[in-house]
Design a protein around this ligand. Structure first.
Ligand SMILES: NC(=O)c1ccc[n+]([C@@H]2O[C@H](COP(=O)([O-])OP(=O)(O)OC[C@H]3O[C@@H](n4cnc5c(N)ncnc54)[C@H](OP(=O)(O)O)[C@@H]3O)[C@@H](O)[C@H]2O)c1
Length: 318
C-alpha cells in the first residue's frame, strides 16, 4: 500500500510504498483510511519531538482519523503510540478506541475537528471540576484548538468566555466571546481574568508567564479558585512560573492531555463529541489534501490557518 513515510526526523514524510498492516490482537482490525488530520501533535510525532516519541524509524505519522472497517462501518479512531499511523491507505485500529459514525458522516470534517476539539472538551469534562456558569479564559484562542475551545466552553455552559491572542484581526473574527483581549495588553487581560475560574492555556512559555503577571495581581478574590490548565505549548515548552502567584492566590496548575487523562476517559468522550461535530455545533475550517501530496502538505501546514486533512486513495475494491 501507499503511505506517508518518515525516514528521518529532520525531513517531511514522503509518499512511499509500505507493507500492508496486519492485526495482531483480538480487538484489532484493519480499516481503509479516508481522512487523517495533520495536527501539531502529528508534526511533532514526525519530527520525533513529542513527549511520547521514541527514536524508532521508519514511521507512518498520524494519531487519529476516519476509516471504514471490513464490515463497511465508518469509524473515527484514535491510535495508540505506534509507528503505523493513520497517514496510509490502511492502518490497524483497536475497535475499543474507536466510535462508529453515521454512514453519511463527513470524514474530513471529523478528522479535522476531533483532535483540536477534544483538547478543551476533555479538559473541561474529564480533567477538572468544571461547572456551568464558570468563567473561562482561552489563552491562544485564534488557533484551531483555541477557536474550538471558545465554542466548546460556551457549549458546556461557561458563564463568560475571554479569548486571548496575539493578533487583533484574528481575535475580531471570533464569535461568541464576551471579551477579546490582546496578549500584550496587560491591563485588559488583568481586568478580564480577575474573576475567571478556568484558564485553558494553549501557549505556555513566556506568553503564560506574561498572562500570569497580568491576571494574578488583579484577582478580585484571592481565595477564589483559578484552575490553570496547561494544554498546548505553541509559545514555549517551558515557563518560569512566578512563585508568588501560587502563594498569593488560589491558583492551581494542572495539565490535560494524553497520560494525565486516562485513555478510557478520552475514549468515553468520543461519541458525544463526534455527534456534536457531525451536527455542525462547532465551526471547523478544514481542507483536504491527497495522500500523494503529503510532502507539500507538511510545508503548507506550517503557515496554514486551516486544518489540513490527508485523504488516502479511495478504498481497495472488494
Ligand atoms: N493536550 C491536548 O489534549 C491537546 C490536543 C490538541 C492540541 N493540543 C495542543 O494545542 C496547541 C494548539 O493546537 P492547534 O491545533 O490550535 O494549533 P494551530 O491551529 O496550529 O494554532 C496554533 C496557534 O498558536 C498561536 N501561536 C503560535 N506561536 C505563538 C506565540 N509565540 N504567541 C502567541 N500565540 C502563538 C498561533 O497564533 P496566530 O493565530 O496569532 O498565528 C496559532 O493560532 C498545540 O500545542 C497542540 O499540540 C493539545
Amino acid at each position: 500500500m501507499r503511505a506517508a513515510l518518515v525516514t528521518s526526523f529532520d525531513q517531511a514524510p514522503r509518499y512511499r510504498d509500505c507493507p500492508d498492516p496486519t492485526p495482531t490482537g483480538p480487538h484489532e482490525t484493519v480499516v481503509d483510511v479516508l481522512a487523517a488530520g495533520l495536527h501539531p501533535r502529528v508534526r511533532s510525532q514526525a519530527a520525533g519531538s513529542h513527549y511520547t516519541s521514541t527514536d524508532t524509524l521508519p514511521l507512518v505519522p498520524g494519531i487519529d482519523g476516519v476509516g471504514r472497517d471490513a464490515g463497511g462501518t465508518l469509524r473515527y479512531f484514535v491510535l495508540p503510540d505506534t509507528t503505523l499511523g493513520s497517514m496510509a491507505e490502511r492502518t490497524v485500529i483497536d475497535v475499543r478506541r474507536s466510535v462508529a459514525l453515521p454512514d453519511d458522516a463527513d470524514p474530513v470534517l471529523l478528522a479535522a475537528a476531533m483532535n483540536p476539539a477534544m483538547s478543551s472538551w476533555v479538559a473541561l469534562r474529564r480533567r477538572i471540576d468544571f461547572r456551568a456558569g464558570q468563567r473561562v479564559v482561552v489563552l491562544g484562542a485564534t488557533g484551531n484548538a483555541g477557536r474550538l475551545a471558545v465554542e466548546v466552553a460556551r457549549h458546556l455552559g461557561a458563564g463568560a468566555v475571554t479569548a486571548v491572542g496575539r493578533r487583533a484581526e484574528l481575535l475580531a473574527e471570533l464569535e461568541g466571546v464576551d471579551h477579546a483581549v490582546l496578549l500584550a495588553d496587560r491591563d485588559a487581560l488583568g481586568a478580564a481574568g480577575g474573576d475567571a475560574d478556568v484558564v485553558l492555556d494553549y501557549l505556555w512559555g513566556p506568553a503564560t508567564v506574561e498572562a500570569m503577571y497580568a491576571i494574578v495581581p488583579r484577582r478580585v478574590d484571592d481565595a477564589q479558585r483559578l484552575t490553570w490548565v496547561q494544554i498546548g505549548s505553541v509559545a514555549g515548552l517551558e515557563a518560569p512560573i512566578p512563585s508568588a502567584a501560587l502563594r498569593a492566590t488560589r491558583l492551581e496548575l494542572v495539565g490535560s492531555g494524553q497520560g494525565s487523562v486516562a485513555a478510557r476517559d478520552i475514549v468515553a468522550e468520543l461519541g458525544e463529541l463526534a455527534a456534536e461535530i457531525g451536527r455542525g455545533t462547532f465551526a471547523v475550517d478544514a481542507v483536504a489534501v491527497p495522500l500523494a501530496d503529503v510532502e507539500q502538505a507538511w510545508v503548507d501546514a506550517a503557515t496554514s490557518r486551516q486544518r489540513l486533512v490527508v485523504t488516502p486513495s479511495p478504498p481497495r475494491a472488494g
